[in-house]
Design a protein around this ligand. Structure first.
Ligand code: NDP
Length: 305
């Protein structure tokens, strides 16, 4: 039986380590670390994510505000919002909830956030700092995966890690962080030839594609550690039947959909030595790392003041 790498346990440890840091920050500065979330429009998924983020901030004693703007807000109006938040001394972290409405220039808005307040770790300055090993906020999902690998003492040094997916928020930073841990890293994407052959050489296989159960037995080396970043909603019962065992299909009738990762769960069970389940693996880590970045940003800003 493969080992299950449970993200909730790691999330709880990250949060437990943050609590005394928040208390110490409050003690030395007389205020809590501060996070402001900027939410534009009424995307229901974004509203759910923001509610989870603010609930976690509350739980940890991190001061937080959510600024909500209508979907008609312009790029210039958002740039003015960011400029004001950059100026506010008690705001340590600014998070612009993505996606922004299509008419907004997301790149310009994200670039306007001061790098030291960019708790998503998306600013090119912070990406540069990450790649060159300097202290800075790192993109939350891949940084959480590194914490998970450390927690479960999964050896990374000298291992061949294959990252499937090259997005700016998951695949590329994941590859950079694994490289920093001395893995030998291969990045694959939609134009990669012989994907299965390359994946089968992975000691650590990271699926970050966004396609339900796309990576299968032919992609998994027996004994590999499989990190499944994908979160895919399967609402076609026919497709669900090809992915899930009968006991999980029972839930389909209740919810009308099931969540699956990018790697076929039955094939993981058969072949992997350890894996992150979906849900409950990588997902819980992202918000915990956002809080980690917020507290780190607050500490660095005070240290540099
Ligand atoms: P993107 O859509 O931005 O990137 C997907 C990547 O997968 C691209 O680089 C793309 O290649 C590659 N890809 C697509 N199809 C194939 C294929 N057939 N073969 C090989 N590579 C392929 O997705 P994200 O990185 O934002 O997210 C990936 C997944 O992770 C999604 O399911 C998302 O929901 C999930 N996610 C989960 C998080 C969590 O907290 N658990 C957080 C963030 C994301 P190319 O560049 O060539 O187009």
């Amino acid at each position: 039986m493969p080992r299950i790498l449970d993200g909730k346990t790691v999330r709880d440890q990250i949060k437990a380590e943050l609590k005394p840091r928040v208390a110490a920050f409050r003690e030395s500065t007389g205020r809590a670390p501060g996070l402001v979330v900027v939410l534009v429009g009424n995307d229901p998924a974004s509203e759910v994510y923001v509610a989870s983020k603010t609930a976690t901030a509350d739980e940890l004693g991190i001061y937080n505000e959510t600024l909500t703007y209508p979907a008609t807000t312009t790029t210039d109006e958002l740039l003015a919002v960011i400029a004001r938040l950059n100026e506010r001394p008690e705001v340590d972290g600014i998070l612009v909830q993505l996606p922004l409405p299509a008419h907004v220039d997301s790149q310009r808005v994200l670039l306007a956030v001061l790098p030291e307040k960019d708790v998503d770790g998306f600013h090119p300055c912070n990406i540069g700092a990450m790649v060159t090993g300097r202290p800075a906020p790192k993109p939350c999902t891949p940084a959480g995966i590194i914490e998970l690998l450390k927690y479960y003492q999964i050896p990374v040094e000298g291992k061949h890690a294959v990252v499937v997916g090259r997005s700016d928020i998951v695949g590329k930073p994941m590859a950079a962080l694994l490289l920093q841990q001395n893995a030998t890293v291969t990045i694959c994407h939609s134009k990669t030839r012989n994907l299965a052959e390359i994946c089968r050489t992975a000691d650590i296989l990271v699926g970050a594609i966004g396609r339900p159960a796309f990576l299968k037995a032919e992609h998994i080396q027996p004994g590999a550690v499989v990190i499944d970043v994908g979160v895919n909603r399967v609402d076609d019962y026919g497709l669900a039947e090809t992915i899930f065992p009968p006991e999980r299909l029972a839930n389909f009738a209740k919810k009308g959909y099931l969540l699956t990762g990018d790697v076929n769960p039955a094939d993981i069970e058969k072949l992997a030595s350890a894996y992150t389940p979906v849900p409950g693996g990588v997902g819980p880590l992202t918000i915990a790392m956002l809080m980690f970045n917020t507290v780190g940003a607050a500490e660095r800003r005070i240290a540099q003041a």
